[in-house]
Design a protein. Structure first.
Length: 137
């Protein structure tokens, strides 16, 4: 699969994929006789993994370290796990902040719903009053 196909598959730009390769987030992609990147299944797995991690806010540095360690083999399992644990903790902190913000927004939206309902009731009762006064005449 060429870089344009991979980019389309993952809703990314070819430039982003090239950048991730240049920065060491994904291992070097094998190239065909013409020098064009030829993505294999393992390469696609890396692109998907890195995209997921970046979309979630993981840093370029952490992912580059992780990728470099991965390429060194099983001797780096503990180090790789430490990186993922640290990023996991950061994500949990972000999740707590997001959850608190969502809860606050939900309360705010409920308050607006109540205020709008009161305004609508006021308008409706004024309209009914005007109609009933005209009927009396």
């Amino acid at each position: 699969m060429n870089i344009s196909e991979v980019a389309a598959t993952f809703n990314m730009t070819p430039a982003t994929i090239r950048y991730y390769e240049k920065e060491g987030l994904i291992p070097p992609i094998t190239r065909n006789e013409s020098g064009i990147r030829d993505f294999k299944e393992e390469d696609l797995n890396w692109v998907e993994f890195i995209k997921c991690m970046r979309d979630s806010g993981l840093s370029i540095d952490s992912l580059a370290k992780y990728s470099k360690l991965y390429q060194q083999g099983d001797a780096t399992l503990v180090e790789r796990k430490k990186i993922l644990i640290e990023e996991y903790k950061k994500m949990l902190e972000k999740q707590q902040l997001i959850n608190a913000t969502v809860a606050r927004l939900e309360t705010k939206l409920d308050n607006y719903d109540q205020m709008i309902q009161k305004c609508e009731q006021g308008i409706f009762s004024k309209t009914n009053k005007s109609v009933s006064e005209k009927v009396k005449v």
